[in-house]
Write a protein of this length. Structure first.
Length: 294
């Protein structure tokens, strides 16, 4: 079966939202062009972020829809009116939320271009029964109502935040999708397990912990964790420290001898991990600030 290729463009509908791929019959588009296209909620204004790009149609993970048209002057007037009325919709929705005493944080209101639907984004600490709220909103705006609850990471992304580094948070600047970050990332990078130091404003582990994870995994390949017992040169040794920057592993043998071994030398030696310490014991040892003098 012959391979089928197509030209696509990456389009965003929200500055901090996902990118979607679209085809175009509007001629050659360029980055920064504004277009009308069918989003998950309906006809919406999007911005071309990349393209044109040739891809195999079979490789696309989503249905490729066509761009309706490039924005016209008349379209811009409609979009401007929608944004102004969305601000008023925010006020109305907030009043109704307070009326029903709902535990939700309203973040944004968006009219679809053709006003077929208005979407309200909100954050909450648990599930919210907003059925009565939807009824009131439908009576107030006489259009289809969509209430979309977002996670705490997306909430901070929409509201904006500064990172611990002092710069605008990565999620606000460029991250489109969140990766799964676990304590394994922090442990692999030999960071102190202190939530205040490795968590962002959202209360979740820092997204930037994933940036160097691959490097650490490659550098520490076949290197045992601190606290492990290994067989080195015929002696049972305990791993005291692993210095990834100096590429040195410090061992203490069962007869009390201290050994500092280069990573490559250790890998070349005949070794076998006899026993791994409990991760909780490893954290405890780090908290005790065990240090070895050079």
């Amino acid at each position: 079966m012959p391979e089928i290729y197509g030209t696509v463009y990456g389009v965003e509908f929200h500055p901090v939202g996902k990118l979607y791929q679209y085809t175009s019959s509007e001629g050659l588009l360029k980055q920064g062009d504004y277009v009308l296209a069918i989003s998950e909620f309906g006809l919406d204004v999007g911005k071309v972020m990349y393209g044109p790009v040739e891809i195999r149609i079979d490789d696309s993970k989503e249905e490729l829809k066509p761009i309706v048209r490039v924005m016209t002057d008349e379209d811009w007037e409609t979009d401007s009116k929608n944004k102004e009325e969305a601000k008023e919709a925010m006020k109305t929705c907030q009043e109704l939320i307070e009326k029903h005493s709902l535990p939700m944080r309203l973040l944004e209101a968006r009219y679809m271009f053709d006003r077929s639907r208005i979407v309200f984004y909100f954050g909450a600490d648990s599930r919210v029964d907003f059925r009565e709220l939807v009824k009131d909103l439908a009576r107030a705006f006489r259009t289809r109502i969509e209430l979309r609850q977002v996670g705490i990471r997306d909430e901070v992304k929409m509201k904006g935040s500064l990172g611990l580094c002092g710069m605008t948070a990565c999620c606000v600047r460029f991250l489109r999708q969140f990766e799964s970050i676990t304590l394994k990332h922090a442990k692999k990078q030999q960071l102190l397990i202190n939530p205040a130091k490795i968590s962002g404003r959202c209360g979740r582990l820092l997204c930037c912990l994933s940036y160097e994870q691959e490097l650490y995994e490659n550098e520490l390949k076949d290197i045992p964790d601190e606290g492990s017992l290994v067989d080195y040169e015929g002696k049972t040794c305990k791993v005291l420290t692993v210095n990834i920057f100096m590429k040195i592993i410090t061992l203490v043998s069962d007869d009390g001898q201290m050994l500092k071994v280069q990573f490559e030398d250790f890998r070349k030696s005949q070794r076998a991990i006899i026993q791994d310490t409990n991760p909780d014991e490893l954290i405890k040892n780090r908290d005790e600030d065990i240090s070895i003098d050079d």
